[in-house]
Design a protein around this ligand. Structure first.
Ligand SMILES: [Zn+2]
Length: 162
């Protein structure tokens, strides 16, 4: 399914990546609908954004270009991600994908399929390995969050690699 460009408030992202390139993909849960994410990212007071959002039916919204910096994983709390660079804001070297739903939701097959296809495309574009060191959960950067909830990252990776 092609992605639909939605965009976000200019206050909620930064042009360019401060000299960095994407080297990992961060998986998030919206805690709400795809439309709720659209509104939050268009709200200049929110100071948050992501590159993409994937709906339960497989719709994909794009908010920020991959060459630009989205504000989705900039707060680091007791990180468990082994490739984290403590000197650099993770937003500069990651691509963020939000997912429609609540943390406890089991994702529908359509959502896994669309997200896996998107992950595969991004990984090919930026030569990002399709493994658990490079496709990570938000809580691996920010342990104070449960994000992305019940998402099965291993399944996502298996489908992206298929
Ligand atoms: Zn998150």
């Amino acid at each position: 399914m092609p992605s639909q460009w939605v965009g976000c408030a200019t206050e909620n992202f930064r042009q360019g990546r401060h000299g960095h390139e994407p080297k990992a993909i961060v998986i998030h849960i919206i805690v709400g609908s795809l439309e709720a994410a659209d509104l939050t990212f268009k709200d200049a007071r929110s100071s948050v954004s992501a590159h993409y959002g994937v709906g339960k039916t497989g719709r994909i919204h794009q908010y920020v270009e991959e060459v630009d910096t989205a504000f989705h994983a900039g707060i680091v709390v007791r990180p468990t991600w082994k490739l984290i660079d403590p000197q650099v804001n993770p937003n500069y070297y990651t691509i963020g994908i939000e997912h429609e739903g609540q943390p406890q939701d089991l994702w529908p097959d359509e959502q896994y399929a669309a997200s896996a296809a998107l992950v595969k495309e991004i990984a090919a574009r930026w030569k990002i390995p399709l493994d658990r060191d490079h496709v990570i959960m938000h809580r691996e950067i920010r342990a104070s969050k449960t994000c992305p909830g019940a998402a099965d990252i291993d399944r996502l990776l298996r489908q992206a690699a298929a």
